[in-house]
Each structure stands twice: as structure tokens, then as C-alpha cells.
Design a protein around this ligand. Structure first.
Ligand SMILES: Cc1cc2nc3c(=O)[nH]c(=O)nc-3n(C[C@H](O)[C@H](O)[C@H](O)COP(=O)(O)OP(=O)(O)OC[C@H]3O[C@@H](n4cnc5c(N)ncnc54)[C@H](O)[C@@H]3O)c2cc1C
Length: 459
């Protein structure tokens, strides 16, 4: 006999726990299932540990630059990778254990530890234990994809999860993939002291961003001694003694990079292949993402999919927003939907890239009449005072409505500054609202009104 619940939540990522607690507090009898560690990717091998490691790497970087600020360090600067990892582990543990305690102390909520699999549209099995509910919420997230590159089975490689166990300094880290995850690790390990080569199949880094953004990021990373190998169309691996050789090109440039370790950072796949979705009749697309409507219902009544596994977002904040959408519709009579969401994210290299709305390329493609404003960080007083003037800020507005279409802010504090633009976009207000605001001096944000005062037609 299956144990009956009002709701079952599969996965304790960024949507599941908050939803489970809300449902339980609303008086429902709820089960939540986790097969690995509480908190999922973000907490255990994504956002939190990487940003913690990036903070250590930044400390090293600043230590090497203290002379620029008139400071002298008399002993050599050394990085203790075991301590760096221990610091990261402590921050992760705090989040993961805090989450587990929160779930354990919630009334009406039962935790199951194990792998969940559908047996039909209302039943899920965890190990030998059958559970049943009319409402099932899938929050199973994703994992690093391992492409079938020639020779990949012959060599040992790392991904974002196994990188979390590294407590030593790789001599030469070859990062396959010059996008968001790969670049954060590349800069971090370069700053710790590794040789780093980034191998990217596309002609440029982070190809979803505008060309000027990609180019500037390349300049920043090369300035720190990272080697970038774009257009690596034929990637293959070979063991060379205790080293790894990565073949990077069939036609031009250096053909081989020899390194000590390989990190695969070439995208993610949803954790939906082993969930028994076929027994419940739940539709997925050809890449395995669960198909959902604007309120995150799957094609099967009573079953919802939230977070990375639905392919409608790939971030912690989008997964959490999925929880808000489902809770608002189910419990608050508040009609919220995914299409209300404005694209926003950050790339946490240093300086970070903060993004909101459309890129310049997307605005051009849309064919609408737009204005563009751009300002290098060298013309931002706050950046000059801090001695960190890499990057630039760019904003696009619609000529007719005066609404902000998008912004790319690459520079110090820009992961925070972008919110001053994002909130005005959510308010659906014209850019002139920001232009007329009096901002605090000295800040990076105070230059946004100045940039908006210098808008030019997008040719
Ligand atoms: C290196 C890296 C850095 C990142 N940095 C950022 C960042 O700075 N900012 C940001 O917004 N996003 C970042 N992300 C993305 C972010 O981590 C994910 O978008 C987010 O974690 C997705 O949350 P989720 O709830 O969809 O799933 P997840 O967090 O992946 O959680 C899913 C959970 O479900 C469990 N599960 C899966 N299958 C089953 C099953 N069958 N039975 C039981 N349990 C199951 C898993 O074990 C996991 O705990 C990063 C990702 C990576 C890899």
C-alpha cells in the first residue's frame, strides 16, 4: 500500500523546499524526496561554493596588487588550497545543514532520502517505498553534460561537481568550454596559481553575449595570463604519461594543449532520464526538458515541473521564481506566470557581468528603433578610486516607448548595479525615471543616469 500525501515534491533544489514548506504550512500533508545532498546544485556544487572560491581567488589577486595601492607585503604570497577548500566546505555546510533542519522542523512535512521514480501519474517509488499524491512537483535540476569527445574515456576529467573535491593546485588546468561555468573556474584557478587554457569550440567566448562583451572579457582574462583557444572545432583527448593532451583543432593554430587536468564545462543536461516519466506519461523535449505551460503545469494534470528541469530557466533565481509562480497560483489566487519574468543573470568573473533583458544583437534582430548608451569603466569615478577600471556599461532603450530593452554591465560591482535597471524594467517605467533620479556619490550606479543622458541612435 502506498503512503498517501496531498503533495509530493521531488528534489530539494531551489524551488522544492520553499514550495514544500508553503504547502505544509497551508495544512497539506507533504513528502519531499532527495537522492543526494540537501540544497541541490546551487548549494553543493554551483553558486554558493563557486562564489566562495571566487572570493578566495579575489583575495589572492588583490594581495598581488597591493603595491598599486601603496601597500607592501613583506613575505611571499602563498595559497593553501586545503584551507581554501575547507572555507568553501564550511560555507556550503552551513547552507545545506540549515536547509535540512528547516525541512525537518516543518510540521506536516516528511523527508525521504533516496531516488524517486514515477510508477504512474500519481505514484512515486523511493527505494522500496511507494508514495501517492494527487499533486506532484518535480524539481530535479540538472547535471554537467559529458559529451562523447574522442578519447574522453582514456583520460581523467573534472566537472563542476568533482571540482568541489579539489584541495590542490592543478599545474595546468585545461578548461573545455568558454562560457559561464568554465570562465569562473578558469579565472579562479589562474588566480590561485595554475596555468590555465580555455578551449572553446565557438569563435569567441560566451557567445550568447554581444561581441564587444566577449571581446572585453577575453582581454580581461588574457591580461591575467589565461590562454584562450577559440574555434577549437575538433576537440579530442589523449593520455601522455601523467599529463593530458587535448587536441584542439583540425585545421589551424596550435593543435595540441598539454595540461595536468581537464575540466569539462560544456553545458548541462536535465536529471529526467531516470525519473520514470514515461510511466506517468509526462512529455519531455528532445533534450529531456519537461514540457510545461506558463504556470508550470506539465501535460499531466496535477504534475508540475520547476527549476532547471523544465528548460525555462537555468539559474537559482529562475528556479526560485518558479516556486513563487506555483505557490501564488495554488495558494494565493495570484495569477503569476513565467512570461512575466525578465531575463537577468550575472557572470561572476571579476569584474562581473550583470545582464538584464535583451542584448544589443537581439535588439538589432528585432528591428525596432532603439537608442544605445555606452560608458567605459575608465570613466566611472568609483572604479578609478578602487583601481579597477576594466569593462564597460551598455544600455538600450526603445525610441518610441522610452522603455529599457536591455543592459550589459561589465565592471566592478555590476552584479549589483544591474538591479537598478532591472527594477525599473519590472516597474515598466521609462528610462527617464532613472535619468531624473539623484543617485548617491560616489557609486558606479550614479553613472547610469549620465549614460542615459548620452544615448545615441542604434545605427
Ligand atoms: C558551477 C555552477 C555555478 C553556478 N552559479 C550560479 C550562480 O551564480 N547563480 C545562479 O543563479 N545560478 C548558478 N548556477 C545554476 C544553479 O545552480 C541552478 O540553476 C540551480 O541550482 C537550479 O536549481 P533547481 O532547483 O532546478 O535544481 P538543483 O539545484 O539541481 O536541485 C535538484 C535536486 O534534485 C535532486 N534529484 C534529482 N533527481 C532526483 C530523483 N530522481 N529523486 C530524488 N532527488 C532527485 C538532486 O539531487 C538535487 O538535489 C550555477 C551552476 C553551476 C553548475
Amino acid at each position: 500500500m502506498a503512503t498517501k500525501y496531498d503533495a509530493i515534491v521531488i528534489g530539494t533544489g531551489q524551488a522544492g523546499p520553499s514550495l514544500a514548506v508553503r504547502l505544509a504550512k497551508a495544512g497539506m500533508k507533504v513528502a519531499i524526496i532527495e537522492r543526494k545532498r540537501f540544497g541541490g546544485t546551487c548549494v553543493n556544487n554551483g553558486c554558493i561554493p563557486t562564489k566562495t572560491l571566487i572570493a578566495s581567488a579575489r583575495a589572492v589577486h588583490i594581495a598581488h596588487r597591493v603595491g598599486d595601492y601603496g601597500v607592501t607585503i613583506r613575505s611571499p604570497i602563498a595559497v593553501d588550497m586545503e584551507k581554501v577548500k575547507a572555507r568553501k566546505d564550511a560555507v556550503v555546510r552551513q547552507s545545506s545543514e540549515g536547509l535540512e533542519k528547516w525541512l525537518m522542523n516543518t510540521q506536516n512535512l516528511t523527508i525521504y532520502e533516496g531516488h524517486a521514480r514515477f510508477t504512474n501519474a500519481h505514484k512515486v517509488r523511493v527505494g522500496d517505498e511507494p508514495l501517492q499524491a494527487d499533486k506532484i512537483f518535480i524539481n530535479v535540476g540538472g547535471r554537467a553534460s559529458t559529451p562523447l569527445l574522442p578519447g574522453i574515456d582514456e583520460v581523467r576529467y573534472l566537472n563542476n561537481s568533482t571540482m568541489m573535491d579539489v584541495d590542490f593546485l592543478p599545474e595546468h588546468l585545461i578548461v573545455i568550454g568558454g562560457s559561464y561555468v568554465g570562465l569562473e573556474f578558469a579565472q579562479m584557478y589562474r588566480r590561485f596559481g595554475s596555468e590555465v587554457t580555455v578551449v572553446e569550440m565557438a569563435p569567441r567566448l560566451v557567445k550568447r553575449e554581444d561581441e564587444d562583451v566577449s571581446e572585453n572579457i577575453k582581454t580581461i582574462l588574457e591580461g591575467e595570463g589565461i590562454k584562450i583557444r577559440p574555434s577549437a572545432e575538433c576537440i579530442a583527448f589523449e593520455k601522455r604519461g601523467d599529463k593530458v593532451a587535448a587536441q584542439v583543432d583540425c585545421s589551424r593554430g596550435d593543435k595540441t594543449v598539454i595540461g595536468s587536468h581537464v575540466l569539462l564545462a560544456v553545458g548541462r543536461v536535465p536529471n529526467t532520464n531516470d525519473l520514470g516519466l514515461e510511466h506517468a506519461g509526462i512529455e519531455v523535449d528532445k533534450r529531456g526538458y519537461i514540457q510545461v505551460d506558463d504556470q508550470l503545469h506539465t501535460n499531466v494534470p496535477g504534475i508540475y515541473a520547476l527549476g532547471d528541469c523544465n528548460g525555462r530557466g537555468a539559474f537559482t533565481h529562475t528556479a526560485y521564481n518558479d516556486y513563487e509562480i506555483v505557490a501564488a497560483n495554488l495558494l494565493d489566487g495570484d495569477h503569476r506566470c513565467v512570461t512575466d519574468r525578465i531575463t537577468a543573470y550575472a557572470l561572476y568573473i571579476d569584474p562581473p557581468l550583470g545582464r538584464a533583458g535583451m542584448t544589443e544583437a537581439e535588439v538589432r534582430k528585432s528591428g525596432r528603433k532603439a537608442l544605445i548608451g555606452k560608458r567605459p569603466m575608465t570613466q566611472v569615478g568609483r572604479a578609478r578610486e578602487k583601481g579597477e577600471t576594466d569593462g564597460f556599461m551598455k544600455i538600450l532603450v526603445d525610441v518610441e516607448t522610452k522603455k529599457i530593452l536591455g543592459a550589459s554591465l561589465l565592471g566592478i560591482e555590476c552584479d549589483e548595479v544591474i538591479h537598478s535597471i532591472l527594477d525599473v524594467m519590472y516597474a515598466n517605467a521609462p528610462y527617464t525615471v532613472i535619468q531624473r533620479a539623484t543617485h548617491i556619490h560616489p557609486t558606479v550606479t550614479e553613472l547610469i543616469p549620465t549614460m542615459l543622458g548620452e544615448l545615441k541612435p542604434l545605427e
